[in-house]
Design a protein around this ligand. Structure first.
Ligand SMILES: O=C([S-])c1cc(C(=O)S)c[n+]([C@@H]2O[C@H](COP(=O)(O)O)[C@@H](O)[C@H]2O)c1
Ligand code: NI
Length: 397
């Protein structure tokens, strides 16, 4: 059975509110501190403290920013900071996906390209700390693991106007509406005054959650994250509930998007960079298959598997990074075995072992090959030996 999460954004959601809620639900704050510190921005830090919002106890996240924040950033700069930070693969993926979705929505709103769109507040130091902090916290709670599922409620639309770098904007602000339209998020609750859902909050939910009703789960913890304002109409909080999903059968079923493009005119040396870009856009997996294309030309079919939420970003990456001028996509059924991850040590170094459970209850363990390769390099041993020692360590643990 996998981890389950529910995000209640009916009173609103912002990056700092979600971060505080995840920490309040039990995510290790040290991991958040370390992730933010590893961005290498001197003076950028985050801490949380208990507070109250509208009579409810909550936790608030406080970000300390250096005084020299540039007026704006662009997506490549944010992705480079995330790339060099000390994050797990899942947390890095989550942070990358969030910024990519945010930039794609901003680009659509302002009619510019994703890579060159100017990100004002949403690319500032505090947004960076919020996104990376949420990625680290969600990872710590197991919400980014294979088989985990996070569901979110409708997001509070709010009402009125708000002052931003763009001038006075109508609420819900354009970036939030664009993110909702692209990722099927529901906006509701326009009875609430002011900005309740920010672009960063909406992008985090687009990247980490799918909209839906409260998932059946055995509840383990609840976290309440407070926003900057203490509003009289409703406690200004985002709630997170975490637990273990209740799954009736061993095999999970679901739907995924499979995108394909046939390409016969790309410099073959570029394919590794293309695959990396498509993954960075949010695809879970992507690969190429050699084909003989029209007129007997050797070519490749590029295939990518992703969630509906990131389909526009993945399609965008395929168009930008290959020579194709068309692609096709379809919804496909998927079945996956429940799995969990265990950390073992070989020669003092950590290796993650993924354990899948089959329908008859038997388990199949596989050390993560990237960890095996890194440890093999560090210890000067063959990878096969390190993998074997990881399985021995699992058996004796
Ligand atoms: O930074 C940018 S480009 C930006 C775009 C928009 C649009 O809707 S377009 C709105 N805002 C406003 O900035 C603040 C901070 O947002 P966070 O997501 O970083 O919390 C907020 O009021 C947004 O509505 C910024
Ligand atoms: Ni904008």
């Amino acid at each position: 059975m996998g981890e389950a999460g529910w995000v209640d954004a009916t009173a609103g959601v912002a990056g700092d509110m979600l971060l505080a809620a995840l920490v309040d639900a039990g995510a290790a704050e040290e991991r958040v501190h370390a992730a933010v510190a590893s961005l290498g921005v001197p003076g950028l830090a985050v801490r949380t403290a208990t507070d109250r919002r509208g009579g409810l106890r909550c936790r608030r996240a406080h970000v300390t920013v250096p005084g020299d924040d540039p007026a704006h950033r662009h997506l490549p700069e944010l992705l480079a900071l995330v790339e060099h930070a000390d994050l797990t693969a899942s947390a890095r993926d989550a942070a990358r996906r969030t910024f990519t979705l945010l930039a794609a929505a901003e680009a659509a709103v302002h009619g510019t390209a994703v890579e060159t769109v100017t990100l004002h507040e949403v690319g500032a130091h505090d947004a960076l700390a919020d996104v990376v902090g949420v990625a680290a916290a969600a990872d710590d709670l197991g919400l980014l693991a294979d088989g985990a599922a996070v569901v979110c409620s409708p997001l509070a639309a709010g009402s009125g106007t708000v002052r931003a770098a763009h001038g006075r904007l109508p609420v819900p602000v354009p970036a939030v509406v664009e993110l909702a339209a692209r990722h099927g998020l529901t906006l509701g609750g326009d009875d609430l005054a002011g900005e309740r859902t920010t672009p960063t909050g909406a992008a985090l939910l687009a990247a980490l959650a799918r909209p839906g009703p409260f998932p059946a789960m055995t509840v383990r913890a609840v976290g309440v994250g407070g926003g900057a304002r203490d509003t009289p109409d409703r406690p200004n909080v985002t709630r997170v509930v975490v637990g273990t999903a209740r799954v009736a059968d061993a095999v999970r079923t679901g739907e995924v998007i499979v995108l394909e493009a046939t390409v016969d005119d790309l410099d073959p040396q570029l394919w590794p960079a293309v695959l990396e870009a498509v993954r960075a856009a949010g695809a879970w997996d992507c690969w190429t298959s050699p084909i003989v294309a029209r007129h007997g030309r050797p070519g490749h079919v590029l295939s990518a598997v992703c969630d509906e939420a990131v389909r526009p970003a993945v399609a965008d990456a395929v168009f930008r990074h290959t020579t194709t001028i068309g692609l096709r996509w379809s919804r496909r059924h998927r079945e996956t075995l429940p799995r969990r991850a265990v950390t073992v040590r070989v020669g003092g170094q950590e290796i993650t072992v993924k354990i899948a459970r089959l329908g008859d209850g038997t388990e199949r363990a596989k050390p993560e090959i990237a960890d095996v390769e890194a440890v093999a390099r560090a210890l000067g041993l063959p990878a096969a030996e390190v993998a074997g020692r990881a399985l021995d360590a699992l058996r004796t643990s």
